[in-house]
Design a binder for this molecule. Structure first.
Ligand code: FAD
Length: 510
């Protein structure tokens, strides 16, 4: 029997499998499709997902292939009306090293995640869909369409919006499905410089956008042709060319070679239970939203990042109730995402109706980078007395510091990896950490943060760490493996940390 069977190797399943495999969990990941998905569909990577990718060790490659600060060049009835960069006012700050969204094709993101997963020794098993499963108190028994039977302690359905896992559980997927409103494709073309995300609106005729990708020949085409809706089934290159000629006719754009074409049907749906016994749902299997703001894939990746460390701990002996906090924390985030992406789509659609020039950036929410999302009301958030700075449940900010030899070292450098991090602010923490045994066999990395010459592990050279955490007196801050504050407590002893871990079921009291 294996520990975990991950069903589906999209971005959610791949992230979950990496999280489990790097913690030594015996995991298999299976996908019904014989080949990886070829399309660029979810192309926006938020700042928070970039922080996740930093922790997973794939951020350099993602940055290499991602466009940041790509201007939006907008035309109305053939005339250039605006060129804007939605991220123009963003720049990295000490506590937020990733300043805005990245544009990168989803197939590339998935390829990078698959390569990272392979480094752990786990490979996606293809043409191996789960067709049925049943569970009892101790295990889940799944049948693959290869005929193979797999027993696992847990099964996670990351199998997309039409999830077999969700349907087998009988969990309803409440919400609504709209019309097939948008055409999508990956095309090669001549006639445009790849220096902007081009967006054309032609009064009464429709909307076309062409987005280039860094180091790729292909562009993503999105089209809403008002006059051509009858031909929805036709996804041929000549039809795409006709639409471009009709709506973006001043550029002489010649499309060639389409590597992927599709229609996008807006679905707004969410499962109201994400865990039934030993089976869990994550990503599109649990929630689907309109593409406005580009949050769908990001939300799935962060579901997996939330679940991975909890499931790994449960597999190695932590209380099963830890898994209940997955739905408790992530379902409200998915509900929020459903709301803001639906509202974003409404704003974009309104533009179509009023006939103004449409900017896809209008679909984004103020917190479209997902840095403000958190879990304050979770059972895992123990605030103690925290008058200032981030509270338990908030995202743990970064800060530039230095190690004892003066070499620059960020808080994100010490967070990186599968452990909790116990930050000890103040010189007294140096002695406290020497005297205590709170590391719990590698579960927690203790890092004192102090003044130069204090003997602390990290020197808070310019006070950025204290500022980011709103720390005044000597304080302990426990940071979860997924980069959210678990606990703040005065640095008098480490008993509160131990009590917290016992209370939430991470360690037992013995
Ligand atoms: C046409 C289109 C355009 C989109 N555009 C955007 C966008 O602009 N921005 C954005 O953020 N999001 C967009 N999305 C959504 C985004 O792609 C998804 O949110 C994201 O792919 C979800 O990832 P996932 O891993 O949860 O599911 P998926 O990517 O759907 O992956 C599910 C995987 O499970 C596999 N599978 C299915 N059934 C089984 C089974 N029974 N057994 C084993 N494996 C199975 C599938 O083969 C697939 O590989 C778009 C989606 C589509 C379809």
């Amino acid at each position: 029997m294996i520990d975990v069977l991950v069903v589906g190797a999209g971005p959610t399943g791949l992230t979950l499998a990496i999280e489990l495999a790097r913690r030594g969990v015996d995991v298999r990941i299976v996908d019904r499709a014989g080949e990886p998905f070829a399309g660029s569909r979810g192309k926006g990577i938020t700042a928070r997902t970039q922080e996740v990718f930093d922790d997973l060790g794939v951020i350099d490659e993602v940055l290499h292939y991602g466009f940041r600060h790509l201007p939006h060049r907008r035309y109305l009835d053939g005339a250039l009306v605006a060129e804007t960069d939605p991220h123009v006012h963003r720049s990295p700050t000490p506590d937020r090293p990733y300043d805005g969204g990245l544009l990168i094709p989803q197939w590339r993101t998935e390829r990078i995640l698959r390569t990272r997963l392979a480094e752990t020794g786990v490979h996606v098993e293809r043409a191996a869909g789960v067709v049925e499963f049943r569970q009892n108190r101790d295990r889940v028994h799944a049948v693959l369409d290869t005929g193979e039977q797999v027993s696992a302690r847990y099964l996670v359905g990351c199998d997309g919006g039409r999830s077999t896992v969700r349907k087998t559980l009988g969990v309803p997927f409440e919400g609504e499905s709209g019309e097939q409103a948008m055409l999508l494709g990956d095309v090669e073309l001549d006639g445009l410089e790849p220096d902007a995300w081009y967006q054309w609106t032609a009064g009464g005729r429709g909307f076309v956008a062409l987005c280039p990708f860094r180091h790729e020949r292909s562009w993503q085409l999105q089209a809403v042709p008002f006059s051509d809706v009858a031909a929805q089934g036709d996804l041929s290159l000549p039809r795409f060319q006709r639409i471009v000629d009709d709506i973006a006719d001043t550029h002489g754009i010649r499309l060639s070679k389409a590597s992927w074409t599709s229609t996008y049907r807006v679905n707004v749906r969410m499962a109201d239970r994400w865990r039934v016994g030993r089976v869990l749902l994550a990503g599109d299997a649990a929630h689907v939203h309109p593409p406005a703001g580009g949050l769908g894939m990001n939300t799935g990746i962060q579901d997996a990042y939330n679940l991975g460390w909890k499931l790994a701990l449960v597999c190695s002996g932590a209380r099963q109730s830890l898994l209940d906090t997955f739905e408790q924390e992530r379902l409200p985030v998915a509900a929020w995402t459903l709301g803001v992406s639906t509202e974003g789509l409404r704003r974009i659609s309104q533009r179509f109706v009023t006939g103004g020039s449409t900017d896809l950036a209008e679909g984004a929410h103020r917190d479209g980078q997902q840095l403000e999302l958190g879990y304050r009301s979770s059972d895992l958030s123990a605030n103690g007395a925290a008058p200032t700075g981030p509270q338990a449940g908030d995202r743990a900010p970064d800060a530039p510091c230095a190690d004892s030899s003066g070499t620059p070292r960020r808080l994100f450098d010490v967070f990186r990896g599968p452990h909790f991090t116990l930050l000890g602010f103040g010189d007294s923490c140096v002695d406290l950490f020497r005297a205590s045994s709170v590391a719990h066999g590698g579960l927690i990395r203790r890092v004192s943060v102090g003044a130069p010459e204090s003997g602390a592990d990290l020197v808070d050279v310019d006070g950025h760490a204290r500022t980011a955490y709103g720390v005044t007196g000597d304080t302990l801050v426990l940071v979860r493996p997924d980069g959210y504050l678990a606990l703040r407590t005065p640095a008098t002893s480490t008993t509160a940390v131990r009590d917290y871990l016992v209370r939430v079921g991470v360690i037992d009291s013995a």
